[in-house]
Write a protein that binds this ligand. Structure first.
Ligand code: ZN
Length: 400
């Protein structure tokens, strides 16, 4: 059994995992303090920005390049983690225990405190190897609030002058662990729309057969959306090359309305969470939604809880030198990798909307996908191997 207690990188990782930066009402100060110490030990300047308020810091460690006027490389990660149901954990979620198999258990072990400190570990390893500087400047960015939409973090930060001053040419952020040998690389995300359909209509006694009742309208809409869902589900099931990120997902998430069993209510509403595939034209899709509302009988209010614009897809071909540099590192390390569209949302969408190419990658393979799950863990070997992967990727990117 390896004694991991003597491994410097494992100890730094565990220290970060032990900070309970868990939603809601996160105190990020211990993260800031931890990262300031990391910056000092790496001899990197650190800056802290508060784009929204003084509770939501953005911490940037900078490794200035030989040609600091060239567009820079961002290595992004979020500091926040999702809540835990402690009774379902076999280890305390903020103790970062290591079991006899070398698994580190903690919330954030996969999503994504691992990645944040692996970036730093790779820089430490490069510096120890005598690398004083790379060509481009690297900004290692730690953001708050990603798990609840990034509105107090990256969403706002990309609109600030401080961000523009970073002159970002490319960004790397999180991916998802892979249960197989093959690593996942994410070059795009679907577009998130959440729509509440508020159906107004004829109300009255439950014994009647009125026309234009809210129930009939909801029925029509649910039928249309669920039929669409079936088509998309079939695409996924019938083609092994189609991934979740390649199809549009449609899910009913909230149903509201009614007063009592014998009263037809004047209003009923339903919410759908829709993640729109990148081959769908949003204006066409919106027209279809509006048409369905008319066909359902009209007088349906649409409340868009989320109506994201489509973010550009990052090119994974010869036109993108950062992709080529990334791919070269993966090939040189002889790793297997699959390119995919991210099924959920990450901060990369805010970067891509600024027309900056961004890739999502978490160097974890042969591990169950445990993000947001109980007993989230990563193996020490996997963590350390990931540092070696970044040690190859980071100089490749920075020397483009
Ligand atoms: Zn994450």
């Amino acid at each position: 059994m390896t004694n991991w207690d003597t491994n410097e990188e494992i100890q730094i990782f565990r220290e970060y995992l032990r900070i309970p930066s868990v939603h809601p009402d996160i105190d990020y100060e211990p993260c800031v303090e931890f990262l300031k110490r990391q910056a000092k030990s790496l001899d990197l300047p650190v800056s802290i920005h508060y784009p929204v308020n003084d509770k939501n810091p953005i911490v940037i460690l900078t490794w200035v390049g030989e040609q600091p006027n060239l567009p820079s490389i961002v290595l992004n990660s979020h500091m926040d983690v999702v809540p835990v149901f402690e009774e379902h954990w076999t280890h305390k979620p903020f103790d970062a225990d290591i079991d006899e198999d070398g698994k580190i258990f903690a919330r954030g072990a996969q999503d994504m405190k691992c990645v944040g400190v692996q970036y730093l570990a790779a820089i430490r390893a490069l510096k120890r190897d005598g690398v004083k500087q790379l060509k481009r400047t690297i900004h290692v960015i730690f953001v708050p609030d990603e798990e609840v939409g990034g509105y107090f973090g990256m969403a706002k930060f990309v609109t600030t002058d401080e961000f523009k001053a970073l002159n970002v040419g490319f960004s790397l952020d999180e991916g998802i662990a892979s249960p197989t040998e093959e690593f996942n690389l994410y070059y795009a995300e679907r577009t998130i729309w959440q729509i509440e359909f508020i159906c107004h209509g004829q109300s009255g006694h439950g014994s009647m057969l009125f026309k234009n009742t809210p129930g009939e309208k909801i029925h029509y809409l649910v039928d249309k959306l669920m039929s669409f869902r079936k088509v998309e589900a079939a695409k996924l099931e019938n083609n092994a090359n189609v991934d979740l990120g390649d199809v549009t997902t449609v899910n009913m998430t909230l149903l509201k309305g009614g007063v009592q069993g014998n009263v037809v209510p004047p209003v009923l509403s339903v919410v759908f969470d829709i993640r729109i595939a990148n081959d769908i034209k949003l204006d066409e899709f919106e027209k279809t939604i509006n048409r369905w509302c008319e066909e359902a009988g009209g007088n349906i209010e649409l409340n868009y809880i989320h109506k994201n614009p489509q973010a550009p897809v990052t090119a994974i071909d010869d036109s993108n030198p950062y992709w080529l540099a990334f791919k070269k590192a993966i090939d040189e390390l002889n790793l297997k990798m699959k390119t995919k569209v991210f099924p959920g949302g990450t901060d990369s969408r805010y970067i891509r909307r600024q027309n900056i190419p961004a890739l999502g990658f978490s160097p974890m393979n042969n591990v169950p996908v445990l993000l947001h799950d109980h007993d989230e863990y990563v193996r020490c070997e996997t963590y350390l191997a990931g540092i070696q992967i970044y040690k190859k990727i980071i100089p490749n990117l920075a020397n483009v």
